[in-house]
Ligand binder design. Structure first.
Ligand SMILES: Cc1cc2nc3c(=O)[nH]c(=O)nc-3n(C[C@H](O)[C@H](O)[C@H](O)COP(=O)(O)OP(=O)(O)OC[C@H]3O[C@@H](n4cnc5c(N)ncnc54)[C@H](O)[C@@H]3O)c2cc1C
Length: 422
């Protein structure tokens, strides 16, 4: 089988790349492969589905902002329902200021500030935890302010995946599911049929993939395998700059009146629900899901949580009971003694060096990953950048017309600010 491009990995990043290549030139013969029975069944299907347009690094801000404009375009102009809920992103902070925000964000109305009295009234939470002996043991700090990013919320990832896949197929793209790529095929540019090729004196490149069902050749091979990238790139001597780390999500039903009142908190957005909310250190987050009357709760633990690839990571209930719950209850007594109804775990593909995504081309391979906690919300822009790399362009035109120098997220000429982990 011969293709112009073979894209390995049908998560949001592979799907978006495959879609953008076909959109740019429908004549390209593109194949999208995944080991799972369908698209989005890797880590994309396990996310909290949230988006926000402000990050510490300008590049992440640009990637997210243009991607969100793309989501709005798909839903409000193209009429494809992505299940968008513009609920906002609320940081409850123990400081008067948060490095993430600049004064202009507030002046321009991109961020709304809440004082302690507002928060108390709207959320009925406990702002003054420091006087509590147990809270002192937990190193908790009083909440001083709330900062809400306005262009933020959540969407339905399954609908986003459906959009990417259906558009890709409509443009003539092909998919091959239930097919594991065993390795990348490497050949010398000029084959001499000598045993052991490619030899050190030959120019070699990746010419496609070997799957469980046979070999597939392509002019370019795009590796968008997220957390699994080391398994394909390391054997051919290519770097990933990424390590996988487990992340968990716990679902709690809003069973009591107090929890329902919190879920349907008024005063933050038109939807009349709690924004995606982040507490002070250890940065527990929660998302109110009005479609199912639940809270999705998680926390990205760092030191002590190993980097390792897990095909089917398991959620740890004790992580909620002994890690998250004691903290959550101190700020939000509404959660006292509540247990998760459901839980799951996935993996982030983490770039610990600068916290920003990577797209680079080398030896016939285009690789994109390290979206860490934000692959969903930057997938349109990252896919567009990977497509520009595929077509050999210096700049990618992101949604809305903003230009992006693709080498800025590459390796050799990388020009990126460190992303602040909050
Ligand atoms: C708990 C949790 C919460 C998150 N919350 C958010 C959030 O709120 N907002 C946000 O933007 N992001 C969030 N993320 C991050 C987001 O989910 C990821 O950044 C994103 O899904 C990465 O997409 P991907 O396409 O790179 O990877 P994946 O979706 O994992 O896709 C990779 C695909 O490659 C396939 N594959 C791997 N190896 C092979 C092989 N050898 N052969 C064939 N196929 C292969 C896999 O089956 C998989 O389908 C969260 C992640 C987790 C785990």
């Amino acid at each position: 089988m011969n293709y112009d491009a073979v894209v390995v990995g049908a998560g949001v990043l592979g799907l978006s790349t495959a879609y953008h290549i076909k959109l740019e030139n429908p004549a390209e013969k593109v194949l999208l492969i995944d080991k799972n029975p369908g698209p989005g069944q890797g880590n994309s299907g396990k996310s909290a589905e949230c988006f926000r347009n402000i990050f510490y690094s300008e590049i992440n801000t640009l990637l997210a902002d243009t991607s969100i404009d793309f989501f709005f375009h798909v839903q409000y102009e193209k009429g494809f329902d992505l299940g968008i809920r513009k609920v906002g992103y609320l940081f409850l902070t123990a400081e008067e200021e948060l490095k993430l925000f600049k004064k202009e964000h507030i002046k321009k109305g991109q961020v709304k500030v809440y004082e302690r009295e507002d928060l108390k009234k709207l959320l009925k939470l406990n702002l003054n935890v420091e006087k509590d002996k147990e809270a002192q043991m937990l190193n908790l700090k009083n909440i001083q302010k709330g900062f809400q990013i306005i262009k933020a919320g959540y969407l339905s990832v399954s609908k986003l995946i459906e959009f990417y896949e259906s558009e890709f197929k409509r443009l003539g793209g092909e998919t091959l599911y239930r097919t594991k790529v065993k390795k990348l095929l490497m050949k010398p540019k000029e084959e001499l049929n000598i045993i052991g090729e490619p030899h050190i004196w030959q120019d070699a490149e990746v010419v496609g993939v070997e799957t469980e069902k046979g070999k597939i050749y392509a002019k370019k091979t795009i590796v968008a395998t997220g957390a699994w990238s080391n398994t394909l790139l390391h054997p051919v001597g290519l770097e990933t700059y990424m390590n996988p780390k487990k992340r968990q999500l716990f679902v709690l039903k809003a069973k009591t009146k107090e929890l329902k009142d919190l879920l349907y908190s008024k005063g933050f957005n038109k939807e009349g629900i709690l924004p995606f909310t982040i507490l002070p250190k250890p940065l527990i987050w929660m998302r109110a899901t009005m479609e199912e009357n639940t809270f999705w709760i998680g926390c990205a633990d760092e030191i002590g949580r190993s980097f390792k690839l897990e095909d089917d990571p398991k959620p740890e209930k004790y992580f909620y009971i002994y890690g998250i719950r004691p903290v959550l209850e101190k700020y939000f007594p509404q959660f006292t003694n509540q247990e998760p109804l459901n839980m799951w775990a996935g993996q982030y593909a983490v770039n610990s060096y600068d916290g920003c995504p990577i797209v680079y081309e080398e030896s016939g391979v285009i690789y994109l990953t390290s979206a860490t906690d934000r692959g969903i919300q930057i997938s349109p822009s990252l896919g567009k950048i990977a497509s520009a790399v595929y077509f050999g362009e210096e700049y990618a035109e992101l949604f809305g017309g903003r230009k992006f120098k693709v080498s800025d997220v590459g390796i050799r000429k990388r020009k990126i600010e460190y992303e602040l982990v909050l």
